[in-house]
Design a protein around this ligand. Structure first.
Ligand SMILES: C[S@@+](CC[C@H](N)C(=O)[O-])C[C@H]1O[C@@H](n2cnc3c(N)ncnc32)[C@H](O)[C@@H]1O
Length: 258
């Protein structure tokens, strides 16, 4: 059966859709070795294995909880930190969807990933790029206020994803690069609290929630302050839903020579 991402897209959600759109831009190569960095529960790893049935496929993630949800005896699942990952031999395809924004020092990470490719190899990456949007600047501004402890003030991840121009430079050794951004207008349904607050509670705010878990009063103060600002930045529709613009950066780089 030929690869048909549009068929998969019919069933895709906000999280999977960019991963499929990234996969669709991988050129027609015949990789023997593939790694999916930050594979999570492995949905996209399965699709990579399906598209490239002759390849040895590794799914790598540092969360055993995520890896415990994976299925397949034909894929090798490894619990490892991407930051410390150095393949034993060069890879034909390095794929990563919505994971590398959790890592620091992209100026070193991206050239290193490029070096890990075999001749003809492809690096394909997608990362959310919303660090300067109200979703991120609002909690950062609230936590920057002096009444929080130093630990709380520094708990949010700092701006890690840079402009596409930086990635173009860091991947200058590639023979071909393809970089683009897409903004998805995600309809978030009405919820008890502001829908954007519910959205970021599942991702960006997770470290804050964990840290303030023992201090319900402080947590409540923080969430109320965020919610107040989100109401202004992302007004609700008449049914309580909110349209959240969500920008993602896509990078495909190919190395022709060793
Ligand atoms: C948003 S999920 C994406 C999962 C999958 N790629 C997908 O698109 O469905 C991010 C994943 O990156 C993993 N991750 C984050 N930092 C990591 C690191 N330093 N090393 C390995 N995995 C990491 C997390 O455990 C999580 O499973």
């Amino acid at each position: 059966m030929p690869w048909d991402p549009h068929q998969y897209l019919r069933f895709a959600d906000h999280r999977l859709r960019p991963g499929l759109e990234l996969m669709a831009r991988i050129p027609e190569i015949s990789p023997r070795s593939i790694v999916d960095l930050g594979c999570g529960t492995g949905s996209l790893t399965h699709l990579l294995a399906h598209r490239f049935p002759d390849a040895n496929v590794v799914g790598l993630d540092n969360s055993q909880d995520m890896l415990d949800q994976t299925e397949s005896d034909s894929i090798e699942w490894r619990c490892e930190n991407i930051g410390a990952w150095h393949p034993e031999s060069q890879m034909d395809l390095i794929y990563s969807n919505a994971a590398l924004h959790w890592l620091v020092d992209h100026d070193q990470l991206f050239p290193r990933l490029l070096e890990s490719l075999s001749p003809g190899g492809v690096l394909a990456v997608q990362m959310p790029n919303n660090w300067r949007e109200p979703t991120h600047t609002i909690p950062a501004a609230i936590l920057a206020q002096p009444d929080w402890t130093d630990e709380v003030r520094h708990i949010l991840p700092r701006d890690r994803v840079q402009s596409p121009v930086h990635y173009q430079r860091w991947l200058a050794a590639a023979d071909a690069t393809d970089l683009w951004e897409t903004t998805y207008y995600q309809l978030l349904p009405s919820a008890d609290r502001h829908p954007v607050l519910e959205w970021v509670k599942g991702s960006l705010l997770r470290p804050v929630l964990a840290l303030l878990d023992e201090d319900p009063q402080a947590l409540d103060r923080f969430l109320r302050a965020c919610e107040h600002e989100y109401e202004r930045a992302y007004p609700r529709e008449s049914d309580g839903s909110v349209v959240l613009p969500f920008r993602r950066l896509f990078i495909v780089a190919m190395k022709l020579n060793g």
